[in-house]
Design a binder for this molecule. Structure first.
Ligand SMILES: [Zn+2]
Length: 236
């Protein structure tokens, strides 16, 4: 390569370096929690596949999307080892956000009554006992907005006035629920959000949520929402 040819290369290198500097200036640090463990796998899908595996697929895709966008990620419960709820939320005390990924079921009596297909959609939870509630709520809004833009609908199953549910809806349009005593949310020393991606007890929804395309689309929606909310914080 001649000296003349090296000039564009130098310019490209400078462009790459400056974009990296810009990227790192906005880089966020996010704790991505995979809900449950292999030993205590959470809900069971209509097919029998357990929730932990859905959470693992989605949180793996989410962590990749965040890293690609320049963020730093620490993962909890992705290694398959047992970990308590309290331990999960304090692994990255200097992170900008703790996000816990789950997939939903419904009351057993509704499953027994053949009502599986009545419930579908995502839901987002925040705790007013979290020490950074306001920022948690902003992140919940941004994530939910992106889920809706990706074509998903909020589920109001957790707001149903039955014992064990009846969670207050802080934002009905976006499907954001208040759940003050959710342990990972209230014990996190940083802003924290829990996302139920969809209802795997519904066989139609489970089939859809199993597809790699759906996982890619929804992980990108959550990642975009996270980056939007942390950018909002940075601009304050
Ligand atoms: Zn769960």
């Amino acid at each position: 390569m001649s000296n003349h040819d090296q000039q564009p290369c130098k310019r490209i290198l400078l462009c790459v370096l400056s974009s990296l500097v810009i990227q790192s200036a906005h880089a966020a640090y996010i704790a991505v929690d995979t809900g449950h463990t292999p030993l205590h796998p959470g809900a069971t899908g209509a097919s029998g596949r357990v929730e932990y595996l859905y959470n693992l697929d989605m949180s793996t895709a989410l962590a990749k999307d965040l890293v690609v966008s320049g963020d730093r990620v620490l993962r909890t419960a992705a290694d398959g080892k047992e970990i308590s709820l309290q331990e999960r939320s304090i692994q990255a005390p200097d992170a900008d956000l703790f996000v816990s990924i789950h997939h939903d079921s419904m009351l057993q009596e509704w499953i027994n009554a053949g009502r599986r297909k009545e419930f579908s959609g995502y839901s987002v939870f925040v705790s007013k006992k979290n020490s950074h509630y306001e920022q948690s709520f902003v992140c919940a809004q941004k994530i939910a907005e992106q889920m809706m833009l990706a074509g998903e609908k909020p589920s109001f199953y957790h707001a149903t006035p039955v014992q064990g549910e009846n969670r207050p809806l802080i934002d009905k349009r976006l499907g954001i629920h208040q759940y003050d005593d959710l342990i990972v949310l209230k014990t996190a020393p940083i802003p924290a959000v829990l996302v139920e991606i969809g209802v795997i007890a519904n066989p139609d929804e489970e089939t859809r949520l199993s597809k790699p395309d759906t996982i890619r689309r929804l992980s990108l929606a959550v990642a975009t929402g996270i980056n939007a909310c942390l950018k909002t914080k940075a601009q304050k």
